[in-house]
Design a protein around this ligand. Sequence first.
Ligand code: IVH
Length: 700
Amino acid sequence: MSDALRERLVEDLTVEEAAEELALLAGEIAHHDERYHGKDAPEITDAEYDALRQRNEAIEKRFPELVRDDSPSKRVGAKVSSGFRTVRHSVPMLSLGNAFADEDVVDFLERIRRFLGLKEDEDVAIVAEPKIDGLAVSIRYENGRYVRAATRGDGNEGEDITANVATIESVPEQLTGKNIPDVIEVRGEVYLRRDDFFTLNETREAAGDARFANPRNAAAGSLRQLDVEVTRARPLKIFLYAWGEVSALPAETHSGVLKAYESWGLPVNPEIALCHSADDMLARYRAIGEARAGLPYDIDGVVYKVDRLDWQQRLGFVSRAPRWAIAHKFPAEKAQTVLKAIRIQVGRTGALTPVAMLEPVTVGGVVVQNATLHNQEEIERKDIRVGDTVVIQRAGDVIPQVVEVVLDKRPADSKPYDFPETCPECGSSAVREINPKTGKPDAARRCTGGLVCPAQAVERLRHFVSRLAFDIEGLGDKQIRFFWEKELIHNPVDIFDLEKNAGDAVAEFEGWGKVSARNLFDAIDERRTIGLDRFINALGIRHVGETTARLLARRYGSLAEVLKLEGAQVGEGELWEELNNIDGIGETVAEAIVEFFQEPHNQQIVAGLAERLTVQDMEKASGDSPVSGKTVVFTGSLEKMTRQEAKARAESLGAKVAGSVSPRTDIVIAAPGAGTKLKKAQELGVTVMTEEEWLALIGG
Ligand code: IVH
């Protein structure tokens, strides 16, 4: 298309020019759709693609009579996701802990009582709500006006789906009523009713499109459409049940806030009840369970929340989930099918994971063809054999599992499964290490090939570029394998040298081209600056996932500090002590970390990365708090809060809470009844304060 035409304002176009441009746009967009979908090798960025579609839409709006039969705006489901802008949630969108058994619910309530130090007769009101099986979104209203909507994403950053959510009929453009805060982010679940889901699938099937597996996938697919008109055509619904940033809450209880929501015109689930005991909660769970099949939408459990907001505040969070709420899940759905074969996958730590290849079967509306068998021990324990009829179950998003064998249906000639003793990927021997602590063999067999095993290397690279690590756009599983096979990427450092070492070659590969290569190199360059937490997570240290990586990043603050671990020894020295003292890091994890940093090859990779990247320092846990980094000891009977609450509060402010007083203790908080610890503190000259003084120091 002529750039001169593209640069003209839509208002300035003549009818002839508009017709010419629409014809060109139809061809161009169809070409890019084909590159994206058919070939999985886009030539332009998603933003450029969006701009083309927007231009098309704007011209069609001005000249409706010129809309062509082959117009991109008439094509449904053109392009899904990844072209959205990122939105940072100022208040993270967290997840919930799970309860499965009745006792878990009793424990939950008990924990709350203990944490808050409540008297036995004190009433704790709990709200019970259905857990909607949809897609979490956050919608921002300013002065009552709809301004932005975002997906949950990784909890910290989501995708900007403002235009899409605006198409949902029940989402008001303007809130009405009393006490509307200047700013409020209302949060809830977008879903599709079951009957609408069936109709949608029928229409898709008739049009030759793939069916959606379940209403939740259909809702997610419908919402994350770059073409807003596709979203508009799907009858999405929403229930609001939480909030993020808010300038002033309209009530002091959760149920009060939901009432305000309703009064402002926001949809709230009608099945919400207040409970006053664990028995009440369980009765409500059973009642909702019985009503489940008759509800027009899918739910997968009940969510319990402490009603009083001041208590919610005090209870706070552990890791990524609130202490004041829990999801009580419905039991998983089960089905029987035949195990056709067992395939062995090799993970990034070398563990051989057996996967069951199944005769396809529908479980809870989803077709299941394979299920995890976990490890060798699991197969032996359940005596799972090829040819067996097995019971499989699927709960929510969890990977389907093989629960048990139906022995009555076992073929007469079946033999126990012979677990391979060599790695199917590299041929190295695969062993079950003896756990030094228990003296027993590990549950999993591991490949000993280490660096020579391609499966481990590729899995490590995949992890390195995955969403919660480096998240490099356009460098997914497929491309990693591709570059590995071309021997261009052997380790993470090679990714950042790819352009330098093979820039021209990449553009020449089949299905690539100059634009795709450029896009990839740009995406890589974009990640040359990265947060310390993501960097640590990306290293793929055994037992260190997203949460532990964040703990480490917050404790050490900078890569230089983390690298001091290269001099650490397992079981001795200050570095080891310090690592072990981090709340949330146990000995096994600490050991894995030290071993990782001791390994010369790992040191080389980390150094190579450090040379090529800017790893951003992380604010040390609440770095600006007056007690950040201090070691404190509580002793005596605290009067204002329970020991657990005091500990959680101190830790959230970056302090380390120790059980005994030593020369390294900074502050001892002595409550009435304090004895030997107080004495020791006085002997050592450690600062001692009362509970009131402590509270005054940390801001009440
Ligand atoms: S409350 C801080 N209430 O379940 C806690 N979540 O497994 C905020 N969900 O991410 C969540 N129905 O997407 C809450 N009534 C409900 C819910 C609900 C569905 C989803 C939500 C959350 C997930 C956690």
